[in-house]
Design a protein around this ligand. Structure first.
Ligand SMILES: [Cu+2]
Length: 125
């Protein structure tokens, strides 16, 4: 085998190895979807943002922070809820398993506008 032939073979083998490892890397990446972090702040009597869109099957972590008084975050269609304590970050993990538009609401009495305090979570495919 000539020197030239050998170096072609080595280069070819290296290329195959690189492509194979890239493939493995990509598979590993897609097998463990990264959690998306969504920050939601509350103040009497609003969630901000009040409308959140997420993808079905992609885990999300809601980071809830209160600006004034104690609030609640309740998403009954997914069976998740948490207290929102002013000045603290409350993390709520969720893997949306169905599509549609779902209401989340405050379940801790926080004042005169409490009954109207809600938001919308839209889950898309
Ligand atoms: Cu409330």
């Amino acid at each position: 085998m000539s020197y030239r032939e050998t170096s072609y073979r080595v280069a070819y083998a290296a290329m195959i190895l690189i492509i194979a490892s890239l493939g493995t890397y990509m598979v590993a990446e897609s097998a463990t979807p990264k959690e998306r972090i969504i920050k939601i702040t509350t103040k009497r009597f609003d969630y901000s943002p009040a409308e959140v869109t997420v993808k079905k099957g992609v885990p999300v972590v809601l980071e809830l922070t209160g600006k004034d008084v104690m609030m609640g975050f309740n998403l009954p269609d997914f069976g998740v809820r948490a207290d929102i304590v002013p000045g603290k970050i409350t993390r709520l993990r969720l893997v949306p398993d169905k599509t549609g538009t779902f209401i989340f609401l405050c379940d801790i009495f926080c004042g005169i506008g409490h009954e109207e305090m809600n938001g919308k979570l839209t889950v898309v495919d």
